[in-house]
Design a binder for this molecule. Structure first.
Ligand code: 4AD
Ligand code: MG
Length: 432
């Protein structure tokens, strides 16, 4: 029996006959030859059907098969230096499994809302395919990196009573007779994990009821949140930059085909594997903005245009360190040299992409933290367990959160976060 393979294995079967289960992505036919663009989820490549080399019945199928029909094709693999992929199949037999009728996403251009309404189908197209494969590689590389560095993965709960990142963007839910929220961040639980296991990370969804219709905000996104005991902020920054460089290198090493589909400049990406990344203070960032003609005062938070401007001044990711206390959450540690800023940093991605990481050293003092919780208007009852972490063996510890879709958007050079997640959730979109 002829061996069944996947398209991405084609290089191992040159000049051999194989069977592949495929969908038809697109088709071009003349009187004598038919070019079928095939996909099987591992790659796209071309199938060639020559009228004179196949039976009339197979030629008829090749001519009449519609976009997104499913079939088994049998044929011999050849090298094809003209295509991205490098191989094609000369088809001798086709077994049609299911003929597809009126597939809505035709090869012509479609508007973004139409494509998002059809996201369940749009995922099959080349560009979403490439982006999702890169997303998968970044998730794989994340586990590899933190494993290698001695972290254990610890899952944070999704249903929670805490609001680490402020109470304005919470999704509230009825939880039997009490209130609960969808998690904004797993951080507080990772801090408990750090005192139990030393170095931990979580990878899970985060929910924010963002009212803004921005290209950088989803209401549901995925976050990687490492937390390290016995670690100060400067050491955490070193881990962050090594992690980012590792992500970029892994995508360069393992997603060359996908980067080609997206026409991403790989020389540009290679620059982001060079360490260290530049570090500037919030104060210096404010100066940059003011010199660049931005109307910005010390103490304000950066908006997207400010972040874009700052990140465009650097050709690598840049850390902005030590933000004013008034614009950051309650759990951060005060800079011992200054009482108006925290020991924290955001990492801004280059090419104008803005914040991809937020992180800090954490406050370790019981009384200070207790006061901060009260000042933030949070309930001490809800946070007693978090305060306990400062009561029983408090240690210096630091952590950070990487927004996966933000990082994908930058590495793939996309215009909008909605393309970086399979089924985006935004203020105006919950379907499909
Ligand atoms: O800066 P944020 O709010 O920090 C935290 O949640 C900390 N608890 C993380 C930590 O220290 N463990 O969010 C972290 C990252 C941001 O830098 C951004 O990349 C991403 O999460 N992010 C969003 N991504 C998509 N849509 C949104 N609405 C996002 N909000 C934050
Ligand atoms: Mg932030």
């Amino acid at each position: 029996m002829t061996k069944q393979i996947h398209i991405n294995e084609a290089s191992q079967y040159v000049d051999q006959e194989v069977v592949i289960g495929v969908w038809l992505a697109d088709k071009r036919s003349s009187g004598k030859i038919s070019f079928l663009q095939l996909r099987d989820g591992t790659a796209f490549f071309q199938g060639v059907v020559v009228k004179n080399s196949v039976s009339d019945q197979i030629w008829e199928i090749a001519k009449s098969v519609h976009q997104e029909s499913s079939m088994y094709v049998t044929g011999v693999i050849h090298e094809d230096s003209r295509s991205h992929f490098g191989y094609e199949i000369e088809i001798s037999d086709i077994e049609l499994i299911s003929q597809s009728e009126g597939y809505p996403i035709t090869p012509k251009e479609h508007g973004i809302e139409f494509l998002l309404d059809n996201r369940h189908l749009w995922l099959r197209s080349r560009r979403p395919f490439a982006i999702m494969k890169i997303r998968n590689e970044m998730i794989r590389a994340t586990y590899e990196f933190f494993n290698k560095e001695g972290f254990i993965k610890m899952d944070s709960p999704i249903l929670t009573g805490s609001a680490p990142e402020g109470t304005t963007e919470l999704f509230h839910i009825d939880y039997f007779d009490s209130d609960a929220y969808l998690s904004q961040s797993g951080q507080l639980y990772q801090e408990a994990g750090a005192e139990a296991f030393g170095k931990v990370f979580s990878f899970g969804p985060a929910f924010r009821a963002e009212k803004s219709k921005s290209r950088r905000h989803l209401t549901e996104f995925w976050m990687i949140e490492p937390e390290m005991a016995f670690m100060h902020q400067d050491e955490s920054l070193a881990i962050q930059e090594h992690y980012i460089a590792f992500l970029v290198q892994s995508v360069l090493d393992n997603c060359a085909y996908e980067l080609k589909i997206l026409e991403r400049d790989t020389d540009q990406l290679k620059k982001y594997t060079k360490l260290p990344f530049p570090r500037i203070s919030y104060d210096e960032a404010v100066e940059l903005l003011q010199k660049g003609g931005h109307d910005f005062k010390w103490g304000e938070d950066f908006g997207s245009p400010d972040e874009t401007f700052i990140s465009e001044q650097f050709d690598q990711p840049v850390f902005i360190m030590n933000y004013p206390k008034t614009i950051k959450p309650f759990y951060m540690k005060e800079d011992p040299k200054r009482d108006d800023v925290y020991l924290c940093a955001d990492l801004l991605a280059p090419e104008g992409y803005g914040e991809i990481i937020g992180g800090s050293e954490r406050e370790t003092d019981y009384e200070i933290l207790k006061q901060r919780i009260v000042d933030a208007g949070l309930s001490l009852d809800e946070y007693q367990w978090y305060l306990d972490l400062r009561k029983y063996g408090s240690v210096p510890h630091s952590g950070f959160g990487l927004g996966l879709e933000r990082a994908i958007t930058w590495i793939c050079k996309l215009d909008h976060l909605r393309e970086a997640i399979p089924f985006p959730r935004m203020i105006t979109r919950i379907k499909p």
